[in-house]
Design a protein. Structure first.
Lengths: 253, 253
């Protein structure tokens, strides 16, 4: 499984991804799912991947080769982010067809999902989700984040906290907590965790941090978060129970 | 869809359930999913239901009838909670078989899941999950809660907070927040929300509260929770970014 999330705030973009892949519980490996392209002041793109690993790696390889070989169409020639999402979707579908043809009768899910985010100079910074079918949807002001993979565990915290006015750094903390919640609830999502903060209108690669298994910061974040939640519970309004119904003890209010 | 959760703490049991049922988005109704039985000082049971509505209602009807008719085997005769879970599982499988026989070739999922909780005098208070297959698992000290239905959104908060030493009332707030997170992320889980707190060793029905669509307490809870989370984020340790990489603004630390 996989969990990747991208957030758009006014100040820029946040990307967070895990690195665990598995084909059954006894076949677990580590693959980064965050791929950065360009960052030359003109264009910057980040790709997050989920789904069939062979498909997603083939797409990344093709994207890199098109740039290196100066193809007529590559991420280096895209005039907008939606064009880039179209292009990624097209390659993804082509790669899936290739495998499906070879495997014919075998029922293998070759589908992959992608998050494409970044900015072309003069255009707004944004994030799009590319479905296995090759089509895509963007973030909006009302839905300023997108997720792929095991998305449910980490969604409530994003739903409650993310808004466009949030600072890039606080949005980054929120995306990390969302990842931490997912790791805790699903063993097939795991470290290293990659985090990238992209500052709007820079078209530069931004700031990347990788957190390993026992990273001090991740542990401090988890502890601090847990403590805050416990305090938060003690400050929530007392349940409106019939009086005397439940014996209240120390710590209750 | 449905979301139900039951928590076991040393002081007692918490049960929370939503009331929305749907067979397609244009076929939504309201059915309580929490059913209380007995509470005579000798035995008290609560049943939470998810899955096929016809199956779960048939099970509830049969449980009530067996008590009323003084059957040889009913919740009123059970010596332990695990016996009660076996009994519920058996009825559930029987009901499913009945429907399946009638429908033959139609592919309808008649399965239902149940949470059975409560206490028989002299026995420990506990909670068990009864699978559609009729078998069951209990809560444990390491996993002091059980969920049925749309469980992923509401799990992280329970994972982080619930422990056996928690007071019954705070455990109740936590289960309600878990429900609120689920409602927010999944439109097919909805009010009225039923909450029940059972005090250990009472074998009495405990304290029940029902929260409607625009309940004042639920709104206050949600607002207070959201504010606390926002504060919590501002107090989390600052991301370990390369210095000067991201412009920190007011509100960042």
């Amino acid at each position: 499984m996989t969990y990747c999330v991208a957030v758009r705030v006014d100040q820029g973009l946040v990307f967070v991804s895990d690195s665990r892949t598995n084909a059954g519980v006894d076949h677990i490996s580590t693959y980064g799912k965050m791929h950065k392209f360009l960052g030359d002041g003109e264009r910057f793109f980040t790709l997050l991947t989920a789904g069939n690993l062979a498909t997603s790696r083939a797409v990344v390889t093709k994207l890199r080769r098109d740039i290196e070989e100066g193809a007529d169409e590559s991420l280096a020639t895209m005039a907008r982010l939606t064009e880039a999402a179209d292009y990624v979707g097209r390659i993804s579908v082509e790669e899936q067809r290739k495998y499906e043809k070879r495997m014919k009768d075998k029922k293998v899910d070759t589908g992959a999902s992608f998050i494409v985010g970044g900015q072309v100079k003069g255009q707004p910074h944004s994030v799009l989700l590319v479905y296995p079918e090759g089509n895509h949807i963007p973030v909006s002001r009302h839905s300023p984040f997108l997720q792929i993979g095991e998305e449910k565990y980490g969604k409530p915290i994003l739903d409650r906290i993310i808004e466009p006015e949030l600072s890039l750094e606080v949005a980054g903390r929120c995306a990390l907590v969302s990842m931490d919640s997912t790791m805790r609830s699903n063993a097939s999502v795991g470290p290293p965790i990659e985090l990238l903060l992209y500052t709007a209108d820079s078209q530069r690669p931004g700031s990347a941090v990788t957190f390993g298994e026992d990273d001090d910061y991740l542990r401090a974040l988890r502890r601090s978060w847990q403590d805050s939640l416990k305090r938060a519970f003690n400050n929530l309004p007392t349940l409106p129970l019939p009086s005397g119904a439940v014996r209240l003890v120390d710590g209750d209010r």
